[in-house]
Write a protein that binds this ligand. Structure first.
Ligand code: GLA
Ligand code: ZN
Length: 718
């Protein structure tokens, strides 16, 4: 597969290694600042993020802006080969600003204004705050538009949250008026407001869903979340436009957060150049194996990668050693830092960046992990592990600009996620939309096939297999998009709770799934039943269901899960949480319910539609128990797969005719993989003792067998 590389930062020539650096906290300690540079070079650090929380230093009193300190530090770093990701400082406000312009401070969901303090809590629509931001950002933009050290602009920091102030209330009303063509009856219809006498006469009667106000109108709740995505994006665009008007042309990013709930990142991403996110795994926790936890990281990486799949993304932050804001803050065990760092590269990041280079001496982050600790030396375990990652990144620098090319997509949609959670049905304890998407991702990963995470409106043309779990809400046109995908030969899998409501959260009439999808799947759903955890429900997979896939036979089928085999030679699979009663089934039935009033009725089906196949899984099972469906879809799509040992991840990046397969052993036990050929760019590393100064990376041929020790990683080029 020949694909061109998409190099994000040609001036760097390789992968980026570095992180948030706050030299403004140490301006009276030039000795420390000098040491930092020496240590950064030793650790192979070539980039820092500057100015994220520097507003009070940039502008100590209103209008008194001075960037000399910043420029001299930036110059000094640059002389030493360290580039800058330059932030707009809007993540936190100086005291003088809030004192003079209280509208900058956010109001909570009761409408109560916050006091000054903390960070990330401004009103994104406050005109006074905007004006101060405009002055600051244009000054920054003008000053650093042509500075050779500036790689890119980092807009604010971790944008998040909603504001319920009067300005935002008015903005919301205007936004609604635009959305509903200034026709209040359109809104009333879309929101079904005759219910409980909730009809509005005009847009200016509408409040945000205050905690002590109207929060039982699903359409209102969903539009409020959409509006807030718009508002945050509007703020971000305002900052970007301001920089551009000041002449700054460098690419832009804003740092995203894992599985972030507040805003629809698929929408926001249209307005920035590069995707970046902050990755804070909770390793060695007490509820999950490290391998399971790392797989959740992979899902997140895939989510962010897929927002701009045509180019690499950035891991903008991660913790050297540990974080300090969790209920339990545990250090990463030796070697884990390396595994987490290389996982980012494996999944498509061109950077390993940290929060933070040096620990602050006081305040709430003084005990958060950093490359350089309070002890101030370069011989700490964490420093050595960071330096080891620096050497690894240098050894695999050719990977920069290569991209993943995945043909399996998992549909993960913010509107749907919000609507699922807000629907008054099922059980709020077990809806688990996010986890359900992840479990499907995990199933493909166990087969050595990495999916992308796509949305309703992304370009589906590169995908051969798409799974859309719990696609409760159907955007306008999505029914036709799915039909078209299947008709043209795609393999599509839907589950229980599909196609219940339209874009406004009004139910589809005439049977679920709506919008023409009952024809695609060859069935309608009549009931969805919620199970208690202790309910014992199962389905029987028909023996000939396994004939649909080349690999599984009935015997193998049952051995892939917890299922047992009954006397009829049929595999039983346990059902959890939800079971749908299907009717009008014209599709082939692959599995039927065993128990209770649904016994004998269709539970899993597949329907030939056009040139493709539409699978419907009407109940929740462990994905491993229905692996035959995944195999069948991959077989039909002509995608190679091979079961990986438990705890091993495989990721692939392509570019300029070269392929890099990353193998990660996320367990503490040695593993051996067969059928691997090429050159391991991290060869000689089978024990993965990342702490050891002596570990050297080098090219080592792999001819069939690849052995990976505890937390071992191989980057096999071929
Ligand atoms: C976030 C922020 C950083 C820092 C880290 C600590 O990601 O962006 O400023 O507070 O958390 O983990
Ligand atoms: Zn506000």
């Amino acid at each position: 597969m020949i694909m061109d590389k998409k190099i994000l930062f040609p001036q760097v020539g390789g992968l980026l290694h570095g992180g948030d650096y706050n030299p403004e906290q140490w301006l009276d300690r030039p000795d420390i600042l000098e040491k930092d540079i020496e240590y950064m070079k030793e650790a192979g650090i070539n980039v820092v993020s500057l100015g994220i929380f520097s507003w009070a230093v940039h502008e100590p009193t209103e209008g008194n802006i001075n960037f000399d300190w910043l420029e001299s530090i930036m110059d000094r770093l640059y002389e030493n080969g360290i580039y800058t990701v330059l932030a707009t400082p809007t993540g936190a406000r100086p005291a003088w600003l809030d004192e003079k312009y209280p509208s900058a401070m956010r109001c909570d969901e009761m409408g109560v204004r916050a006091h000054h303090g903390l960070r990330h809590n401004h009103c994104m629509q406050s005109p006074e705050f905007r004006e101060k931001v405009r002055i600051m950002d244009s000054a920054l933009g003008k000053r650093f538009a042509n500075h050779p050290a500036v790689l890119m602009w980092h807009i604010s920091n971790e944008l998040g949250g909603y504001c319920y102030c009067d300005t935002c209330r008015k903005k919301f009303q205007e936004w609604l008026a635009d959305r509903y063509d200034h026709d209040i009856e359109k809104l009333n219809k879309a929101w079904w407001t005759t219910f409980w006498s909730h009809k509005f006469n005009s847009f200016d009667q509408i409040d945000p869903p205050y905690k002590n106000g109207e929060n039982c109108v699903m359409g209102l709740n969903l539009d409020w979340k959409r509006y807030n995505t718009w508002s945050a994006t509007d703020f971000m665009k305002f900052e970007i436009d301001t920089l551009r008007q000041a002449g700054a042309a460098q690419p832009t990013t804003t740092n995203y957060m894992e599985m972030f709930y507040d805003y629809d990142y698929a929408y926001m991403s249209k307005f920035i150049d590069v995707i970046s996110w902050d990755n804070y795994p909770e390793m060695h926790n007490n509820w999950q194996s490290d391998a399971e936890h790392l797989l959740e990281r992979s899902f997140n990486h895939a989510l962010f990668r897929s927002l701009k799949p045509e180019q690499p993304f950035m891991m903008m932050e991660s913790a050297p050693g540990l974080v300090n804001w969790r209920p339990y803050n545990k250090y990463r065990r030796p070697g884990m830092h390396r595994l987490i760092s290389l996982q980012a590269i494996a999944t498509g990041s061109d950077t390993v960046q940290y929060f933070q280079i040096r620990k602050s001496r006081g305040c709430s982050e003084q005990y958060h992990g950093a490359v350089i600790d309070h002890i101030g030396t370069n011989d700490t375990r964490v420093f050595k592990e960071v330096a080891g990652v620096g050497r690894d990144l240098a050894a695999i620098s050719d990977v920069a600009g290569t991209i993943a090319k995945n043909e399996v997509g998992i549909l993960f949609d913010w509107d749907n996620r919000w609507a699922v959670d807000d629907a008054w049905c099922l059980s709020n304890e077990t809806k688990n939309y996010d986890k359900t998407c992840m479990s499907i991702y995990n199933e493909f990963m166990s087969l050595g096939v990495e999916p992308n995470i796509i949305s309703s409106d992304s370009d589906w043309s590169g995908y051969k297999v798409i799974c859309a779990p719990m696609l409760y809400l159907l955007h306008d046109g999505i029914g036709e998009k799915i039909s078209e995908f299947v008709r043209a030969g795609g393999q599509f899998m839907a589950t229980y709770f599909t196609g219940y409501v339209n874009e406004s959260t009004l139910t589809w009439l005439g049977g679920f799934p709506g919008d023409g999808l009952s024809e695609v799947f060859g069935l309608r759903s009549e009931e969805i039943d919620t199970l208690y955890p202790e309910d014992e429900v199962s389905i029987s997979v028909k023996k000939d269901a396994s004939n649909f896939c080349s690999v599984s036979k009935a015997g193998e089928l049952v051995s892939t899960g917890k299922a047992s085999q009954n006397s009829l030679g049929i595999g039983h699979v346990a059902v959890h949480d939800y079971q749908e009663m299907l009717r009008d089934v014209s599709a082939d039935v692959l599995a039927v319910y065993d128990n209770d009033y649904m016994a004998g009725k269709a539970a899993i089906t597949r329907n030939k539609y056009g040139a493709g196949m539409a699978y419907y899984v009407g109940c929740r099972t462990d994905q491993a128990d229905i692996e035959f469906i995944y195999r069948a879809m991959l077989d039909a799509a002509g995608i190679d797969y091979e079961k990986l040992p438990v705890g091993v991840e495989k990721h692939t990046r392509f570019g300029d005719g070269v392929q890099y397969d990353f193998y990660m052993n996320c367990t503490e036990e040695d593993v051996c993989l067969d059928g691997v050929y090429g050159v391991d760019l991290l060869g000689g590393d089978s024990d993965a003792n990342a702490m050891s100064d002596a570990r050297v990376s080098g090219d080592v041929g792999v001819a069939g067998q690849l052995r990976l020790g505890r937390y071992g990683v191989a980057v096999v080029k071929h």
